[in-house]
Design a protein around this ligand. Structure first.
Ligand code: SF4
Ligand code: SF4
Length: 82
């Protein structure tokens, strides 16, 4: 499942540099996660790093982009290679 950023975002920019997939971009007014690039950090970290650093808990699971761990691993391979 991709992570999404909800309306609690205060645009502090803490999450963007932490994403191993460059999935996070500055939006207006909220930051945005590209669901095609979000892998929940599989293969890099045990937990979603954007959620770990977000001061307002604005990074939450996106129910409209549900994926299994296997699908997330495949997505990571497509983005980064093996
Ligand atoms: S969960 Fe990981 S891959 Fe997804 S947007 Fe957050 S930091 Fe990036
Ligand atoms: S860390 Fe949280 S509050 Fe800061 S930009 Fe990212 S989603 Fe928004």
């Amino acid at each position: 499942m991709a992570i999404m950023i909800n309306e609690e975002c205060i645009a502090c920019d803490a999450c963007r540099p932490e994403c191993p997939n460059d999935a996070i971009s500055e939006g207006d007014p909220l930051y945005i996660i590209n669901p095609d690039l979000c892998t929940e950090c599989v293969g890099f970290h045990d937990t979603p790093q954007c959620a770990a650093v977000c001061p307002t808990d604005a990074c939450v699971p996106d129910p409209s982009h549900q994926e299994t761990r296997e699908q997330l691993i495949e997505k990571k391979k497509k983005i980064h290679g093996e």
